[in-house]
Design a binder for this molecule. Structure first.
Ligand SMILES: O=C(O)CCC(=O)C(=O)O
Ligand SMILES: [Mn+2]
Length: 209
């Protein structure tokens, strides 16, 4: 990760977390937010938990190379093709992260009641110690990390144009969530660029509430 070597690791132990504030300056971030908001094919997803069908509290879009499938709730999801904007973002991130990405999960949090439950991105097809590049556009929201054993908590507000990079052993030891908030919140888009390693038949990304 040569381009990241100057960055400070925000985690006290058990993994790597780098935050590049305003990786995209406001004007570029505004443009990306508006175009992604309007042009991605945002979908409302469901999951089945103990036989109950629950609506995921956010909208989602999955884009990537043709063989970057992901599977959850028993359904194999085919990626939508790369758009010009997602390609451009991917190129920038590949340069700074010094690795390739073959897929991106886009999440749209419409307001403070949209959220993502506590999870780790530790699926086998992401590899042993995945590097995941996470871009935020729009409203600032809090991402909360919690260490599995010690309970150590780390809250990171993610703002317009910020880039967060999760790497090393982080996913083995820390879980993260985007909690709901009562504060009035406008829309936020988050894009997590990932590299899916395995064949389409593997059980890929599990559902995140
Ligand atoms: O919205 C965020 O910042 C977190 C997204 C996330 O954790 C994920 O897509 O796995
Ligand atoms: Mn995640």
């Amino acid at each position: 990760m040569s381009a990241l070597t100057d960055q400070t690791n925000l985690l006290p132990f058990d993994g790597e977390l780098y935050l590049l504030r305003s990786f995209y300056p406001t004007s570029a971030a505004d443009t990306y937010f508006n175009r992604l908001y309007r042009s991605l094919n945002w979908r409302s997803e469901h999951l089945f938990i103990y036989g109950r069908r629950l609506q995921v509290p956010r909208l989602m879009a999955w884009h990537g190379d043709l063989d970057a499938h992901y599977r959850y709730s028993g359904v194999d999801h085919l990626p939508q093709p790369w758009t010009a904007d997602l390609q451009a973002l991917r190129n920038d991130l590949q340069a700074i992260c010094q690795q390739t990405f073959n897929s991106v999960l886009a999440n749209l949090y419409r307001n403070g009641q949209d959220s993502m439950g506590c999870h780790a991105d530790d699926e086998a097809e992401l590899g042993q110690n995945p590097l995941i590049a996470s871009l935020s556009f729009g409203e600032t929201r809090l991402l909360r990390f919690r260490h599995a054993v010690s309970g150590t908590k780390l809250d990171i507000p993610l703002g317009h144009g910020d880039l967060l990079i999760m790497a090393g052993a982080l996913q083995h030891h820390w879980r993260h969530e985007l909690p709901k908030t009562r504060k009035p919140k406008q829309a936020r888009i988050n894009l997590t660029f990932r590299r899916i390693l395995s064949a389409p038949t593997a059980p890929a990304l599990s559902a995140k509430r």
